[in-house]
Design a protein around this ligand. Structure first.
Ligand code: DQA
Length: 157
């Protein structure tokens, strides 16, 4: 590794962002709940905020539960933190909950909509109690608040 990349790796926190199922349809999917921004525009806002906060990011969207679990496993050492919007898996995936519990990297849960003011089945998050924080109901700003959380988080040195 070059000297330059060593410097880069050490002075920026690395945040891995996972968008779960159906979030690829943002922009046209229920804009009242999820906003009018496409996933591309959401990611642009995330990247801009991350740059302002001096955070390094990687962003992935997947519709598959197993891929979310694989990413949590494989990226747990790279990442100083995960931001995850597990979509509907939030409400029933004990497999994702187990994966979050099994790693020591902090995970922040994010939702575009206010899950507590919607259908009954959305009001329960099976991952909430094992996540470091939860941000919801502010559309793209929920993700930006999660980035701010990590930017303020103390790291071991
Ligand atoms: C969501 C809320 C979930 O209930 C839903 O299934 C989603 C998106 C949100 O971002 O508000 O897919 O996680």
């Amino acid at each position: 590794m070059s000297k330059q990349s060593e410097v880069k790796r050490s002075d920026k926190k690395r945040i891995f962002i996972i968008h779960g199922p159906n979030l690829n349809l943002l922009g046209t999917r229920d804009p009242e709940q999820y906003g009018t921004l496409t996933l591309g525009k959401v990611n642009t806002a995330i990247r801009r905020k991350a740059r302002d906060l001096n955070l390094e990011t990687r962003i992935i969207q997947t519709n598959h539960e197993g891929r979310i679990i694989d990413l949590l496993h494989r990226r747990r050492r790279w990442a100083d933190g995960f931001i995850i919007n597990p979509g509907a898996f939030t409400h029933y995936s004990y497999a994702i909950r187990d994966a979050i519990e099994a790693i020591s990297t902090p995970v922040v849960e994010v939702h575009l909509s206010n899950i507590y003011e919607r259908e009954e089945f959305r009001r329960n998050s099976v991952i909430k109690e094992i996540c470091a924080a939860q941000f919801y109901g502010k559309k793209v700003d929920s993700y930006l608040e999660a980035l701010e959380y990590f930017s303020k988080m103390k790291t071991e040195s």
